[in-house]
Design a protein around this ligand. Sequence first.
Ligand code: PMP
Length: 402
Amino acid sequence: MKRDDFDILKEKVYGRELVYLDNAATTQKPRQVIDAMVYAYTHFNSNIHRGVHHLSQVATMKHEEARQRVADFINARSKDEIVFTKGTTDSLNMLAFSAGELLVKEGDEIVVSAMEHHSNIVPWQMMCERKGAKLRVIPLREDLTLDMAAYKEMLNEKTRLVSVAQVSNVLGIVNPVEEIVRAAHERGALVAIDAAQSAAHIRIDVQETDCDFMAFSAHKMYGPTGLGVLYGKREWLEKLPPAEGGGEMIEHVSFEKTTYNTLPYKFEAGTPDFIGSYVFGKALEYIENAGRDEIEAHEQELTAYAEERLREIAGMKIYAEGQRKAGVISFNIGDIHPYDTGMLLDRQGVAVRTGHHCAEPLITHLGVPGTVRLSVALYNNKEDIDKLIEALKRAVQIIQSA
Ligand code: PMP
């Protein structure tokens, strides 16, 4: 599927053809996306929103068209609900700051889960410390899924906000976000969804999910680095104070009083990445042309195939085995250190990630030094999985004969 659009997949690593299975960290970019960046700098580079001249108007129009495309992609009610940020981490930090200022007082509670990425833990922890609030953690069940009964019991009149990943970047598990949102709303709490690992892999719909906020990164969606999105329901974005001050986010400034711009500009201080937004729009177009349902089905098939083939290896431990997953599988082999496995795979041209994957609390819960993680994208195929298995078998052989 679409493999020829990704020239980087033809690169050689240590003289072997690259097998790229580190897509949860970042995806590769198709030629259409790379070309879009050159096109933007060649044809309409000019700072947006302020200019009366032609180029500035074109750049502004392209930036706003991209915003509309993002809104359509996640089914937001309006493009005013789409704030461009630097990435998921930036979105979550902004949200934690602003929501903290508006909603949280001493003794209040914020809920995250035990499988979160550090960027969906630390900003909330920092905010809790500032506000004297308490961070509560949804525990995991034996099968590593969220303990939904414990979650529902945890919710109370002090709960202000719940923030969870739609898809775990370590386990690949797809969390029941609709159910999470429903339960939180019943108790009057807001919900933020970290969609960093879901946005390019499963269909996301903010109206159906009914989440209040959502964060994701363009670079994990075949788009450029340094750009992300914070979605927020209009009613909340209107109430939240801006996290950053500067140009663009203001209506009027005087030394006595500054008034803020309308949505979404209130949250976009300074020159935004208007080249990145245009390029991201092209990445979304690419995903849509490939077919979102087709991508999901393809990746489901690949992960199922990978789990099946991984089981051929003696001592294989697949985490959250058999759960519904979106493109990510973590495993370990016997007591082989994941770093050793990763290094030996790399030498054979296979790129996977090893370590704690920025989710140290989860790795501590698993009681291991880390995991080996493979993660697929639309351009991977069964041959990639076969090469991984072959390389893994060779790695085990080398380690066991050492
Ligand atoms: N949340 C999850 C679930 C992630 O996988 C990642 C990236 N590994 C992030 C947040 C942070 O994304 P970024 O580094 O693009 O800000």
